[in-house]
Design a protein around this ligand. Structure first.
Ligand SMILES: *Cc1c(COP(=O)(O)O)cnc(C)c1O
Length: 504
């Protein structure tokens, strides 16, 4: 089924730097020289050795991987910027909590500790555990979506859309015009368009089982939604008698942006903002591979009838209701991780490192999504490689090229991540991005500067990067396992020029 895309113009706001005005104890330390350099509010206590293979081996590795960074082995990668999923650094307290994990099949103490933290941050009556975010989507779609249903959302995520489609539903994306502008000053590019949402309730009367908000939006550059937008969306849902659902997988960054970009929230603590966000939402689900910085997931809600139905499905698909497919150790780590998410120092690091990298790349003229969002840095492959036709997968070409010159791997988020049109032609994506995820508290400033250096070299040598064609194309979710090959010998020529310029 096709995804219907709608949009209307939105007000563009200037981003004010509210950081220095934040409330006591929640502030950003500035260098007195005036240099805008994010300061890490943590120290490294456990390290993992990295491997930077020589460039000729990297060319061979990306060839074996079909120019698909998903198919590289971790030890072939120097800086792994594929995803923030399950790869965020854990704190000493998270690690310590894992030692007291209670591996009871039923009634595990670890579950109740996690439940208590979720009650503190979301204040919902029920919490059901699941092994990861898409497992929550599977269960919720199964219960709430029937054939012909239409689900309005600010933007889809791959696994969300797949589960809704599986139940015969369609997602309609109701984003603002700014969302599709690579360059923008709109601080909340992830907002749902309120006018269009009201219209959708008229157009699809009786067919909308719920509205889904993603905070922030994964596929359009980690762009946040505002508390005001959440509040307005909740009002419309109430007026129409349907629940409002939030995918809170990336809520951590979104909380940071609400505090630092939404004037009315400047003096609120992260916990207060989180409570307020949740108060407008009926069903919250999350991937704890991101939210909570460990590995797991869950659903929080108040509705006792829906809670009962979910309770029946969890043991069928996930595991008993006091672990839901998660290990007890992970439940402990998630509980501490979510509690630590309420700490401004903790959640600032990701967005600030991302902003640093975006600013440096922009200054060098590299096309990059602005304003800087959460999750990672997004390069605009369409503007980077205008000489490569869209059918030759610009974003995939660029991510293969970047791996060759840096050993860093990003993720293609463009045409390669779409399914083909029903007539068999390529479905050219709205945005052709490569995402360089910034797993939280993982990389040092020198490593980020190294990646910036390599991207700038690539920008100056972009004509050397060519296109790709499919060598093995799966029917669904082809971006995971699909294999491509370079059209011509551009990868070898790129490596040759890089070596000539002193790279290794
Ligand atoms: C990662 C993610 C998911 C899926 O979570 P998994 O734990 O990977 O299954 C769903 N929604 C969003 C917004 C995500 O970023």
């Amino acid at each position: 089924m096709e995804t219907i895309r709608t949009s209307t113009p939105s007000r563009t706001l200037d981003i004010k730097d509210n950081l220095s005005k934040c409330s006591q104890g929640e502030r950003v330390i500035k260098l007195l020289s005036g240099e805008d350099l994010p300061l890490e509010m943590h120290k490294t206590t456990i390290v993992k050795k990295l491997n930077l293979m020589p460039i000729d081996e990297r060319v061979a590795a990306i060839g074996r991987a079909g120019s698909n960074t998903f198919l590289l082995k971790s030890n072939e990668v120097f800086l792994d910027m594929l995803t923030d999923s399950g790869t965020n650094a854990m704190s000493d307290k998270q690690q310590a909590s894992m030692f007291i994990a209670d591996d009871a099949y039923s009634g595990s103490e670890s579950f109740y500790r996690l439940e208590a933290i979720l009650q503190k941050v979301f204040r919902k009556k029920f919490f059901w555990p699941a092994h990861q975010g898409r497992a929550c989507e599977h269960i919720l779609s199964r219960l709430l979506v029937k054939p012909g249903d239409v689900i309005p959302t600010n933007y889809h995520f791959t696994t969300t859309r797949a589960h809704i489609k599986l139940q015969g539903g369609t997602m309609i994306e109701i984003f603002t015009d700014d969302a599709m502008q690579v360059k923008s000053t709109n601080p909340f590019k992830g907002n749902i368009d309120i006018g269009k949402l009201e219209q959708a309730f008229k157009d699809f009367s009786g067919k909308i089982p719920f509205v889904r908000l993603e905070a922030g939006t994964n596929l359009i550059g980690g762009q946040p939604i505002s508390l005001e937008n959440i509040r307005q969306t909740a009002e419309i849902c109430k007026a129409n008698g349907v629940p409002l659902m939030m995918d809170a997988s990336l809520l951590q960054d979104n909380l940071f942006f609400i505090k630092t970009r939404e004037a009315s929230c400047r003096d609120k603590t992260i916990l207060e903002i989180c409570n307020e966000v949740a108060s407008h939402i009926d069903i919250i689900y999350f991937s704890a591979r991101k939210f909570g910085a460990a590995r797991g997931g869950g659903i929080c809600l108040d509705d006792p009838m829906l809670a009962d139905k979910i309770k029946e499905l969890i043991p069928l698909f996930e595991g008993f209701i006091t672990y839901g497919g998660m290990s007890s150790r992970e439940m402990e780590a998630i509980a501490v991780g979510i509690d630590e998410t309420m700490d401004f120092d903790n959640i600032s690091q990701g967005p600030q490192f991302i902003k640093f990298m975006v600013d440096e790349l922009e200054n060098a003229g590299v096309p990059v999504v602005t304003p800087a969002g959460g999750l990672g840095v997004h390069l605009d492959a369409r503007a980077f490689l205008p000489h490569v036709p869209p059918e030759q997968l610009q974003a995939a070409s660029l991510s293969a090229a970047l791996y060759i010159v840096s050993g860093a791997r990003g993720m293609e988020r463009g045409t390669g991540s779409e399914d083909r049109n029903p007539d068999g032609t390529e479905c050219i994506a709205n945005l052709e991005l490569i995402r360089l995820a910034m797993p939280r508290r993982v990389f040092t400033m020198s490593q980020i500067k190294f990646v910036i250096d390599r991207i700038i070299w690539l920008w100056k040598n972009k004509e050397l990067v060519g296109g790709l064609k499919w060598r093995n194309e799966p029917k669904i979710m082809r971006f995971f396992f699909g294999e491509l090959e370079p059209i011509g010998d551009w990868q070898e020529r790129l490596a040759k020029k890089f070596k000539k310029d002193g790279g290794a």
